[in-house]
Structure formats: C-alpha cells, structure tokens
Design a protein around this ligand. Structure first.
Ligand SMILES: NC(=O)c1ccc[n+]([C@@H]2O[C@H](COP(=O)([O-])OP(=O)(O)OC[C@H]3O[C@@H](n4cnc5c(N)ncnc54)[C@H](OP(=O)(O)O)[C@@H]3O)[C@@H](O)[C@H]2O)c1
Length: 338
C-alpha cells in the first residue's frame, strides 16, 4: 500500500527511478521512512547513520523495493566523520541527484564535541554545512537538490554566536531551536550562492511535522523538566503541526526530493508541501552571511572560498562548487572570544 509521501509523488510528472540519493540519519525515524519511500519510487538510497545494525536493516528493506540501498556509518559529532562520509560517497558515486540533510536531534544534556563545539550545533548544523560543501561537486548540475530538514521550532530560536562554544547555562530546547534556525539561514545563503555561481542546483528546507514517540522526542521528552519546558514554550503553531507517524512526517522531504517543485523553488522553507514564511530572523540576509562565514571558519573552510580572493561584503559572492577546499583544521576553542 502506498503511504502518504508516495501518494504525493505519484501525482508528479517527474521520476527519480535510477537516481542516487543520500539521506543522512536514515537508520531511524523520519529519515528511515524518507529513504524507504524514495526506494519504493525506484531510487538507490545511500543510508547514513551511526547504528550499523539498523542501517543494514533499512538497506534490506530498500533492496526489496523497486530501488536499492547501501549503508555508510559516520558520526556527525566530528568533522572527520563528515569528511569520511563524503569521501566514501564520492569514491563510490560519480553523481548523486539529491542530498537530504535529515540527521539531527534534541539533546537534553549539554556537552561539547572534541573540538569544543556545542554538540547540538555541531551535529544539527555544522555537519550538514560541511557535508553539503563536500558533496556539491557530485550533486547533479541539472536538477540536483539539497534538502535540509529544519523545524518550526526555529521560530523559538535565536542565533546566539556566543553559545556555540559553551554549555554554561545550556538549554537543550534553545540549542535545538538555534540549530534549526541555522538550518534555514544556511539553506537561504546556500541558495543565494548557488544562484550567483550560477548553478541549477536548488536548496530548500522544511518542517516535517511533530511525531509523538519519535526518537527525537523520546530523547527530549522523558525528563520531567523537559516536559515542563515544552509545555510552557511550545506555541500553538507548533502543537498544531503534530502528525501521526514518521511515514507521514517524511512526506515533505519526499516531495522536495521527487516533485518538480523541488527544482522550481530554491531558498524556500516548506511546511506541508507549501512554501511558508519562516521567522524574521531566518530571513535576515546579513545574519545568514555571518553564520556562513562563522561555520566556514569552524569547519576549516576558507569563508571566502570561490570569491576569487574577494571578501563577501556584497551579495555578488560566488560559490565555486566544483573546487571545494579539502583540508580540515581543528578550530581553536579560544578563538573569537567564545
Ligand atoms: N520527530 C519530530 O517530531 C521532528 C519535528 C521537527 C523536526 N524534526 C527533525 O527531523 C529530523 C529527523 O528527526 P527524527 O525524529 O526522525 O529523529 P530520530 O528518530 O531520533 O533519528 C535521528 C537520526 O539521526 C541520526 N543521528 C543522530 N545523531 C547523529 C550523529 N551524532 N551522527 C550521525 N547520525 C546521527 C540517527 O542515526 P543513529 O541512531 O544510527 O546514530 C538517526 O538515523 C531531525 O533533523 C529533527 O530535528 C523532527
């Protein structure tokens, strides 16, 4: 039986049969259901996650669909993990049609990565930032897409750059909202640069809906303090976005991967398959550039890459999508006064 995500795509004229698509965080939840829906539509899906057993199970399911699957393990808490994933993908595939940046989570306990970055920011934002950069050279120029899973929670977030390197006064909810705001700012800046390059690759972002009982909420909701926090801070707009299952929540991701809309729109935030206005902060172009530059710095990429030696002080910057910087330098925790 076709699920809601596949029914959406069934009405589309485009086909993803035979395409190769990377879905990060596809060993569980929304990512897994996204991968399986794409497999049923005939795609080869590269399944990413840390848990090999679950990854292998998803691949088995994919291999019983019209499509197929393969699994690559990588921990997004380290940039080395992200780079290794990209290198494996590039060595095995000349081209991928879509990168779905789905992996992410809400972490109640504050911690820093080995490089001294707040964990939520590292996994939810810096990992997709670097992975996208690494994979742009193999994303199909004609019709290629970058789809990043954000959340309506971004509306509660604020881009506090001082919180990137500390867990003093850590709030899991605030860290999560900030990372989801970063997902949208990143997508908009990426889209702007791709248009300027010029490139036909599109970049869009989305809110999948809230899935009660999902891995993401299991981690966040069990502690009583998190329950209390959620009850007091969640606005009606978010509570009203509850969907039944991860399969339903995969709908907008699958839509942006497989429907024509995913290539006619770029730089957009989608909710329920419709372009939706994100928060005011999420549309702040200067903030998006500042985040881009800071993220490039933290991941060891030249913030001005592709600008022919110019600094990005205007909106005319160009992204050299065929020549990514390869080296990774560990960020200095003392730098930038953070
Ligand atoms: N569920 C919701 O209600 C909801 C609402 C709005 C937005 N979202 C967004 O939707 C996306 C998926 O959420 P979900 O509920 O499906 O989450 P989930 O069930 O907890 O699955 C998370 C996935 O991300 C992977 N992952 C987590 N940490 C990782 C790390 N450090 N390195 C590599 N992979 C990692 C996990 O892989 P392993 O377990 O194999 O490591 C798993 O495949 C997230 O971006 C989330 O912010 C979810």
């Amino acid at each position: 039986m076709k699920n809601r995500a596949e029914s959406v795509v069934e009405q589309s004229d485009t086909s993803i049969s035979g395409e190769t698509i990377l879905v990060t965080g596809a060993t569980a939840g929304i990512g897994r259901e996204t991968a399986i829906a794409l497999g049923r539509l005939g795609a080869h899906v590269i399944v990413h996650g840390r848990n090999e057993q679950r990854g292998t199970e998803v691949v088995s399911r994919l291999n019983s669909t019209a499509g197929s699957g393969s699994f690559i393990a990588a921990d997004f808490a380290t940039q080395e993990g992200v780079i290794e994933l990209a290198e494996t993908v590039r060595s095995e595939h000349d081209e991928i049609s879509t990168l779905v940046n789905n992996a992410g989570g809400w972490f109640t306990e504050g911690r820093l990565t080995g490089s001294g970055i707040e964990y939520t920011f590292a996994v939810n934002h810096l990992a997709p930032f670097r992975l996208t950069y690494e994979l742009l050279p193999v994303i199909a120029e004609g019709g290629g897409r970058v789809v990043t899973v954000a959340s309506e929670a971004h509306r509660q977030g604020s881009m506090d750059f001082g919180a990137i390197r500390t867990v003093d006064e850590y709030s899991g909810w605030q860290a999560y909202c900030r990372s989801k705001l970063a997902n949208i700012l990143f997508t908009r800046e990426l889209s702007r640069r791709l248009k300027a390059a010029p490139s036909e690759v599109t970049a869009n972002t989305l809110h999948p809906g809230i899935v009660p009982g999902s891995g993401f909420l299991r981690n966040a909701l069990l502690p009583i303090r998190a329950l209390t926090r959620i009850a007091t801070v969640l606005p009606d707009a978010i509570v009203g976005q509850i969907v039944d299952t991860p399969t339903d929540a995969a709908e907008t991701s699958v839509y942006l991967v497989a429907d024509e809309s995913g290539s006619t729109h770029t730089g957009q935030y989608f909710v329920d398959e419709s372009p939706t206005e994100p928060s005011e902060q999420a549309t702040d172009e200067r903030l998006a550039k500042r985040l881009w530059n800071r993220s490039a710095e933290l991941t060891g990429i030249d913030p001005d890459y592709g600008l022919d030696g110019q600094t990005d002080t205007t909106s005319e910057s160009h992204l050299d999508i065929r020549n990514p910087v390869r080296e990774f330098t560990s960020p200095d925790p003392q730098a930038n006064g953070e």
